[in-house]
Design a binder for this molecule. Structure first.
Ligand code: G4P
Length: 531
């Protein structure tokens, strides 16, 4: 294999999905510790800043000119080149969080062992499942009291509809946490706390088949319980099948405690072995493989600068094939132009590194003078094609927007349109009228604040937001076959259209969706909007 192929094949690009507080940041820190990217865990990103109140967050954005929490981390481990895509959570959960998943080849799902599957995990999982990417489960916080292990697996299977295959198994939890049993080599790794900023620590292992030693290590009660559980597990759980894992049908499950750095390296090693190399992507001329010579990438996220003095934006793109060389021209399909990408950079949490080259699987951020849109393709003029677009994700919060000063109609429309193009908000109109009545939909409520702030500061327009009760939106998949004005809905349903005139339905109650489907034969609704 030549250097080019080797570089691509050693790449693993993934996102970590979880509900806030499950331990995503902590796990990321520990990964970086193993990769030697940082010396001390805890300095990945200012966790404190990530949790700031809205007003502080705005200040941070202004100072830095870029969101502190939107980044990609690259590090090396064992000859692998790893890209972790940060999926903003907490208050800054937004459509960007979903879009980031479009750039990943696999996902790590972190679950708190005392909580099981939670709301945000469920939402992010759905997007991963739609793409059929492999999902690896890390059940975290075993140093705290845990739910029953079988119940946790059941929860994942039932809530998410994916089969589970435990690679290891916890012995006790909380104060009685003894360690984990690895099924493949039948070894028990005794729990030890290696938190204190180092990756070393005494790893003590004992074989379950050395009965006397194992009993001594974990105690009679836990030893017997473990034997019982393994027997049950061997009979009940799905067999490990890498094919199924890679299709996203089976999730390997690992247990550990990110805080105390236990079970993290075993997870990382196995994950890297099982996860895929950069995946091929669908384009209008067929699938493009990453090891193809010609460079290509697509834009999955645009980060507007909150700093008034620097109105530039950063476009994040995922390289899908070839090698990026900063000295060469690339071709922007949607703009129909050749160009040099200015200041391509890798955005780490705290600093930006100017790049001269990058490979398929990598993410780069480039300065965007306002020419890129989400979903745009970059390639070479020698081989032109377009990648499949990025779907629009269902907003869950809606508000009617009113201008305080109706004289500023032009600025208002311009501002709303631009902010919508960057993908921060989605704009809808009444189905039968025009721009007078605007409804804005967002994935995360913070985007309402962002909208208000930016309209005031960048466009000098003051607005009032009136929250609406809708929480569910559906695109009409077969809109060309259906007469939308004839759709009979429920009393809480509202018909709207997006900026391109596509009809959509808004609902307050989830069950109204099903009722509307029942009442309108042949109607096909979708939670994702496709171009
Ligand atoms: P997130 O990014 O998924 O939101 O979670 P994060 O890593 O920030 O972890 C949330 C809280 O859970 C943190 O505590 C963190 O220390 C703790 N935590 C993470 N992994 C483990 C684990 O394996 N065991 C235990 N016991 N706790 C864990 P915090 O008090 O909210 O934050 P901090 O003030 O300690 O930083």
């Amino acid at each position: 294999m030549g250097t080019f192929d080797k570089e691509i094949n050693r790449r693993r690009t993934f996102a970590i999905i979880s509900h806030p507080d499950a331990g995503k940041t902590t796990l990321t820190e520990k990964f970086l510790l193993y990769g030697g990217a940082i010396n001390l865990a805890g300095s990945v990103k200012g966790k404190a800043t990530a949790r700031h109140a809205v007003s502080d967050w705005m200040e941070i954005e202004k100072e830095r000119g870029i969101s502190v929490t939107s980044s990609v981390l690259q590090f090396e481990y064992d000859d692998y080149c790893i890209n972790i895509l940060d999926t903003p959570g907490h208050q800054d959960f937004s459509e960007d969080t979903y879009r980031t998943l479009m750039a990943a080849d696999s996902a790590v799902m972190v679950i708190d062992c005392s909580k099981g599957v939670e709301a945000q995990t469920r939402k992010l999982f759905k997007v991963c499942a739609m793409r059929g990417i492999p999902i690896f489960t890390f059940i975290n916080k075993l140093d705290r009291d845990s739910n029953d292990t079988f119940d946790l697996l059941d929860d994942v299977e039932k809530e998410l509809g994916i089969a589970t295959c435990p690679i290891n198994w916890p012995i006790g939890s909380g104060k009685a946490f003894k360690g984990i049993f690895t099924r493949e080599d039948r070894m028990i790794t005794m729990f030890s706390d290696t938190e204190k900023g180092t990756k070393e620590g005494n790893v003590e292992k004992v074989s379950i088949d050395d009965e006397a030693a194992a009993r001594k290590a974990v105690g009679d009660e836990f030893y017997e319980k473990l034997l019982e559980e393994i027997e049950l597990l061997d009979g009940a759980s799905s067999e490990f099948d890498l094919e199924q894992v890679r299709k996203g049908k089976l999730t390997p499950v690992f247990f550990g405690s990110a805080l105390t750095n236990f079970g993290v390296e075993i997870f990382l090693q196995n994950f890297l072995k099982m996860a895929t190399t950069p995946l091929p992507r669908k384009a209008d001329i067929g699938e493009i493989v990453p090891t193809e010579d010609a460079f290509s990438a697509f834009v999955f996220k645009i980060q507007a600068n909150m700093n008034k003095a620097h109105r530039d934006r950063v476009a994040f793109m995922r390289i899908c094939s070839g090698k990026f060389d900063a000295s060469k021209d690339v071709y922007h399909m949607q703009g129909g132009k050749s160009m040099k990408l200015s200041q391509p950079q890798q955005i780490m949490a705290d600093d930006r590194k100017i790049l001269s080259e990058a490979y398929a699987g990598d993410i780069i951020g480039v300065f965007d003078p306002g020419i890129f849109s989400i979903g745009d393709t970059l390639c070479t003029s020698g081989k032109k094609f377009m990648y499949e677009g990025i779907p629009t994700f269902a907003p869950e919060h809606f508000a009617r927007v009113r201008q305080v000063d109706t004289m500023k109609r032009k600025q208002f429309t311009k501002g709303i349109t631009q902010i919508a193009q960057e993908g921060a908000i989605q704009v809808f109109q009444e189905f039968n009228t025009g721009m007078e009545e605007i409804i804005v939909g967002v994935v995360g409520v913070l985007q309402f604040e962002v909208l208000k702030y930016r309209l005031e500061n960048e466009y000098n327009v003051e607005i009032k937001l009136e929250p609406l009760a809708y929480e569910h939106i559906r695109w009409i998949e077969n809109k060309d076959e259906i007469d939308v004005s004839k759709i009979v809905g429920t009393s809480d349903m509202k018909k709207v259209k997006d900026m391109k005139g596509n009809p959509l339905l808004l609902f307050v109650n989830p069950w109204s969706v099903g009722m509307t489907l029942d009442r309108n034969e042949g109607l096909v609704l979708s939670e994702f909007g496709r171009e």
